[in-house]
Every structure is written in C-alpha cells, then in structure tokens.
Write a protein that binds this ligand. Structure first.
Ligand code: HEM
Length: 185
C-alpha cells in the first residue's frame, strides 16, 4: 500500500484524536518502518491494520467507524493531490463510474505497484447506481468512506445501502447508491 495512504492516515489521527493519541498509537505498535513513510514508498497493509487495532483500543472506537471517517478525508486528499486525474467530472456518479476504467488505471500508471481494488458498477437510472467492491485487503469500510467523501466533495445527498457478499469480511461488498435531488418546489 502506498505511503501517501499511511501519511494521510496518521494526519487524520492527529487531527481527529490529537498528537498524543497519534504518538501513543505508533509507539504501542511494532512497526518495521517506525512509521517513517515516504509518499510514494510501498508498505505492508499489515502496518495500517496494526495501527487501526491500537487506535481503536486507545479511543474505544470501532475499526469500521475509523475507516469510514478516514476514507471521507482521504477522498479530498486524493482528489486535491491528483486533480488532473478527475478531469471534467461535475457529479459523484460520473466520477464513480470512472474509478475502475480511468482513475485507478491512471493511478496504476503513476504508481505501478499500487494495491488497487476491483470495482464494477451498474447504472440503474439517473440517480441510482450499484458499485461492487472486491479486494483481498477487505477495506470496504474505507471504500464506503471514500464514497461519502465523494458525495461531500460534490455537495450531493446520496443514501448508501450496503450488502456484504463475502459473508462479513468486507472483501466483496455491493453498494447501492440512491441520490436525492434538492427540490426546487
Ligand atoms: C469514490 C471514489 C473512490 C473509491 C471508492 C476508491 C476506493 C479505493 C480503495 C477501497 C482503496 C484501498 C485499496 C483496497 O481496498 O484494496 C483505494 C486505493 C487507492 N486509490 Fe482509490 N478510490 C476512489 C477514488 C480515488 C481517486 C479520486 C484517486 C486519485 C485521484 C484514488 C487513488 C487511489 C490510490 C493512490 C490508492 C492507494 C493504492 C495503494 O495504496 O497501493 N482513488 N481506492
């Protein structure tokens, strides 16, 4: 997993829980890298899982909640640091329909060793879309957070209905997205 994800995670922990908690989280882990991540370096996702475990112990929170909140912030971070990749999209559904066949493809050109999930999507109507996430890393909660960040980025109200196809390990998850339009009644 790319160092930019680890650095964004530690920044998020510092912002959300404070420097002391971020330091305690890192010190209580046994990280081969000592959390010295470079943006374009590649590191074992197990280090992120270790930090998540310690953070939820220290803050009495749940991993799905932390990954969701981090994902929302991470979307803005990735979108703002890779503006060119977003192109001229003006709404969340247009962006989401481009994740697998454009955005992540361009990401893989930039970072050939990136660990990217697989997405398939189906447009059911102008305001309904299903997106299926698949990854051996089981980060569907991060994907859900990134989706929420995408809706916030485009200032849209979208309901997420989630179905875990892989029996609860977050490796294969279907998201049904229903967008509500502001009524100009
Ligand atoms: C709503 C839109 C998006 C979703 C749902 C999404 C989902 C994900 C997920 C779940 C991962 C973690 C890897 C895994 O689960 O196996 C990931 C990794 C990543 N995504 Fe996306 N992504 C989105 C948009 C973007 C955008 C806009 C960018 C940049 C322009 C981007 C760049 C990346 C990068 C660099 C990684 C890290 C790969 C690595 O660590 O090796 N993503 N994405």
């Amino acid at each position: 997993m790319k160092g930019m994800i680890f650095r964004a995670f530690i920044d998020h922990v510092e912002d959300a829980y404070g420097l002391n908690v971020a330091d305690a989280m890192i010190e209580s882990c046994n990280l081969p890298t000592d959390a010295a991540y470079t943006t374009v370096g590649t590191y074992d996702v197990a280090e992120l899982v270790q930090m998540l475990g310690k953070l939820t112990e220290l803050t009495n929170t749940r991993i799905p909640t932390v990954l969701n909140q981090f994902g929302e912030k991470l979307f803005f971070n990735l979108a703002n640091s890779h503006r060119g990749l977003l192109g001229e999209v003006n709404d969340s559904f247009s962006l989401i329909s481009k994740i697998d066949n454009h955005i992540h493809v361009e990401v893989r050109k930039l970072y050939p060793d990136a660990d990217l999930p697989d997405f398939t999507f189906e447009s059911v109507g102008p305001d309904q879309l299903t997106l299926t996430y698949q990854s051996k890393r089981g980060l569907a909660d991060l994907a859900e957070g990134l989706l929420r960040g995408c809706f916030a980025y485009f200032k849209e109200s979208v309901e997420i209905i989630r179905e875990d196809i892989s029996g609860g390990d977050s490796k294969h998850v279907k998201f049904t997205l229903e967008r509500s339009r502001p009524n100009h009644g």
